[in-house]
Design a protein around this ligand. Structure first.
Ligand SMILES: NC(=O)C1=CN([C@@H]2O[C@H](COP(=O)(O)OP(=O)(O)OC[C@H]3O[C@@H](n4cnc5c(N)ncnc54)[C@H](O)[C@@H]3O)[C@@H](O)[C@H]2O)[C@@H](O)CC1
Ligand SMILES: [K+]
Length: 518
């Protein structure tokens, strides 16, 4: 499914209306009906509904919702926030319909503050149709006052039409405040603000309603982003051939696991095997090798020259040359740590490996200080920063990353030619061609040490199997999130990374059975 900006959605609407010839009022009718339907589906009995309508098309959707709610037995009042003369032509059609049906429309909502506050408090349901994707700049004072009245006084349920009023559709910023909704019914495709904080926290559950915009509209001019869904990479979920052997499924090399962080490399190596790689080798500083060998039975172990302190020797990348041909992918960084000569080391490793590479954790922190380390990469590269690592790469702080996650990820993918996986709630996967994906799977339970190491191994394992970088990143992030969801058995506080690892097989089989049904 696509994910749109306000402009992309306007283009799709316009194409449907002007090129295909579907009247705008038909789309508006479908939109408003979907909003009313949500309330009648989710609330047990009709009650008092208050529709707060702006003068734009978002308000028009509100008039339609008012009519359908009234037909379903609700006592509906529309509060119009602006002069009637400013209504768009489509909104005016449904404003008249409401009037003709005797549905009360109260004008000058902002001037009747006391009464409106009382009505907001009494309403069983509030339809927020004040501002949609057409908002320009910060919310003007009168509309802002209405948003605050709703947030401060509401007791009943709130459904936002398309986006919570006051949210910036494209950035997820609040301008500076937005309606706090229990549900947001959006049209045709989700928008960025449904996935980006802080607006995403105001949306409640997001429901995407089909309003009759034909698929050909998006095919004509595809939006640049999508929600990550299996249809995009499902073809790679093929069953194994009866005639295959472990070499068929590739060999993942994990480089990391310095003293005190051995577990990170083990998790990555094991995740690679769990996701289907035929072999996995975990390369660690030589002093760690005996401990690793005692700990791991399923993966191969390889000790690299160390610096006597449990870290990689700065010149140890050279050992890679003799064995490099056996690996089909590498995950560099889990438990790597920082060490003298690390810039030369990373450049050497990345230059020597012709296979696809996932670069994670301290691998990214080293890259931030030695950006030329990517210069001689021959194979595809996937960067998997969390917001702190992204901040170091981009020379900003974590707050700077969080306020423009999708912009930074897109810029970095374009600039480096790498696939960028910016982790967090709704991980963003950005591709060098400027397109992006937002991931829907995962749970806050996964905010735990080791979770990222499992992800590196998952993506590395998929790369090792020969899956191209873009699909491996999207598929890996999705499966990792799904495995995390499946692994939460008791409290979401208690999940361990190793439990995500153990659910990868269930996540894979669930998708494979969906595939069989599809
Ligand atoms: N044909 C279409 O384009 C469709 C549009 N739909 C709805 O239309 C919405 C977009 O409609 P519009 O483009 O008319 O825009 P909106 O209705 O989102 O916003 C425009 C209105 O908000 C006011 N406004 C803009 N910026 C403001 C600010 N900073 N402070 C206070 N008031 C401000 C404008 O004066 C105008 O009254 C969508 O969100 C969706 O709900 C749906 O009806 C489906 C079809
Ligand atoms: K709205």
């Amino acid at each position: 499914m696509y994910l749109t900006t306000a402009q992309e959605m306007r283009d799709l609407d316009r194409y449907a209306i002007e090129t295909i010839g579907i009247p705008g009022v038909v789309l508006m009718e479908n939109a408003g009906k979907a909003v009313a339907r949500l309330l009648t589906d989710r609330l047990p009995h009709p009650g008092d509904a208050l529709v707060l309508a702006g003068t734009g098309n978002n308000g028009g959707d509100g008039f339609v919702a008012a009519r359908h709610l009234a037909a379903a037995g609700w006592r509906v009042t529309v509060w119009l926030a602006g002069p009637e003369e400013k209504l768009t032509s489509d909104a005016r059609v449904f404003f008249r319909v409401c009037r003709n049906l005797g549905i009360p429309v109260v004008r000058d909502a902002a001037e009747r503050r006391e009464e409106l506050s009382r009505r907001i408090a009494e309403a069983d349901a509030i339809v927020d149709a004040l501002l949609g994707t057409g908002i320009r700049g910060e919310v003007r004072p009168r509309a802002l006052e209405l948003i605050r009245l709703v947030n401060e006084n509401r007791r009943g349920a709130v459904v936002a039409v398309d986006v919570p009023s006051g949210a910036d559709t494209d950035t997820g910023a609040l301008l500076p405040e937005a309606i706090r909704a229990d549900w947001t019914v959006t049209f045709a495709y989700p928008k960025w603000c449904h996935y980006l904080r802080p607006a995403a926290e105001h949306c409640g559950e997001v429901i995407v309603a089909d309003i009759g915009i034909p698929r050909s509209a998006a095919e004509h001019r595809p939006p640049a982003a999508r929600v990550n869904d299996p249809s995009w990479w499902r073809e790679w979920l093929r069953p194994r051939s009866r005639w295959s052997h472990k070499g068929t499924y590739g060999h993942l090399l994990v480089v990391g696991g310095s003293r005190g962080m051995l577990g990170a490399a083990v998790l990555a190596g094991m995740a690679g095997l769990r996701i289907g790689a035929g072999l996995s080798t975990v390369a660690v500083p030589a002093g760690q090798e005996p401990i690793l060998a005692a700990k791991v039975t399923d993966a191969l172990v390889w000790g690299w020259p160390d610096d006597g302190e449990g870290r990689f020797a700065g010149d140890s990348a050279r050992v890679l040359a003799e064995r490099v041909d056996r690996f089909t992918a590498a995950a560099v960084g889990p438990g790597l740590g920082r060490f003298p000569g690390e810039g030369t080391w990373l450049r050497g490793v990345l230059e020597t490996l012709p296979c696809p590479v996932v670069l994670d954790a301290d691998g990214l922190n080293i890259l931030a200080e030695h950006p030329d380390a990517l210069r001689f990469r021959k194979g595809e590269t996937i960067l998997t920063p969390h917001p702190g690592e992204m901040a170091r790469l981009a020379g900003t702080n974590t707050a700077g990353v969080e306020s423009s996650r999708h912009v930074l990820a897109r810029e970095w993918a374009k600039k480096t030619g790498c696939v960028v996986v910016l982790k967090g709630t709704h991980t963003i996967i950005a591709f060098p061609d400027g397109t992006q994906m937002v991931n829907p799977t995962g749970t806050p339970a996964m905010a735990k040490a080791g979770s990222g190491d499992v992800l590196s191994g998952v993506i590395g394992g998929l790369l090792a199997r020969g899956i191209p970088a873009a699909a491996a990143a999207a598929m890996g992030v999705y499966l990792h999130g799904l495995a995390g969801e499946l692994a939460v058995r008791t409290s979401e506080h208690s999940l361990l990374a190793s439990e995500i690892l153990s659910q990868l097989g269930t996540a894979l089989s669930r998708l494979a059975s969906d595939r069989a049904r599809a």
